[in-house]
Design a binder for this molecule. Sequence first.
Ligand SMILES: *Cc1c(COP(=O)(O)O)cnc(C)c1O
Length: 395
Amino acid sequence: MIYVDNAATTKLSKRALDEMMPYLTENYGNASSLYAFGQKSKEAIENARAVVASFIGANPNEIYFTSGGTEADNQAINSAAYFGALKNKKHIISSKFEHHAVLHTLKKLEREGFEVTYLDVHENGIVRVEELKKAIREDTCLCTIMFANNEIGTIQPIKEIGEVCRERGVIFHTDAVQAVGHIEVNVQTQNIDMLSISAHKFHGPKGVGVLYCKQNVPLRSFLEGGAQERKKRAGTENVAGIVGMAAALKEVMINRETAAKHQTMLRDRLIDGLLKIPHTKLNGDRTNRLPNNVNVSFEGIEGESLILLLDDDGICVSSGSACTSGSLEPSHVLLAIGLPHEIAHGSLRITLDASNTLDDVDYILKKVPEVVSYLRNMSPLWEELELGKKEFQIK
Ligand SMILES: *Cc1c(COP(=O)(O)O)cnc(C)c1O
């Protein structure tokens, strides 16, 4: 099997598992207990907190462990909205192609009386700082823009966005779930007030993540219960998960640059190869994208069928048209960069990992053109395009 869907989730690293094992077995003490056996768990959590903090350039007391990226996004946005509303500031700025953990939280806030400006991401999948400047109002309490997009991999001008927000007194949150592990993330140099991380996107375990919240930026708790995480996140800590996440981050620190170089080489080979298929288009900026992300659209086919046929060839990829819960709506990300519905439906996302090889890439480059031809030959739409009854939308 060739697994190239690393934006969906990644394999747990061996080192992370090894470091987690004691906390899944003999070291099961509750970190809140006063006896030494409980304090062992407490110590493990605090060591992990220091690792996470140093990784993103924060202080340990600015790190809150959560159940993952979704919870971190929810808490950051709901908290900034809550404190904004207290000052009668009920305007939020975001972008059109955020993850649903952000977008659905914003939709809920809109129903509760907040106003949200969704910045355009343009054809290249990147927000424009000039447009952010224009969107900021007296009553803007929060700007939330993702660091790197999970579907098309485009990287946003985070440092510049943070700078503008800081000048104008707006809290800046970024969903950095896809960025961590691939590119540099530093809350100090990049002017970030709040940031979300998820362990399972960089070879840590599922169900654990981080919310960074800068000192002096108020943070509200949304769970009633114990006093864990300095009263900001109640519930007995996921000790093994937290330890595993820190272990995975330590590996990122050592390997990231080499891994990024290798993946960029494979990525570019894939892009060049796939674009040789006629009537095919790359989605998102060619260079300002994550080292492991390839996202292309093929005219005249259904992404879903493509995924299933590639699965038969042992290739795990994702379709750009995240047809979640059986809905036929194509991906909001692909629509946001201006793709017509039919084209968005014929999309393919390949997200690599450091363990992928040239052989993997060459196998993919052999199989995808075969499957695309096969599907096109069966498609009535493709026939109309070829007969000139309809016009091609991709050159
Ligand atoms: C995966 C992902 C999330 C959600 O993280 P979970 O830990 O799975 O809840 C949020 N944002 C982005 C950009 C993601 O890719």
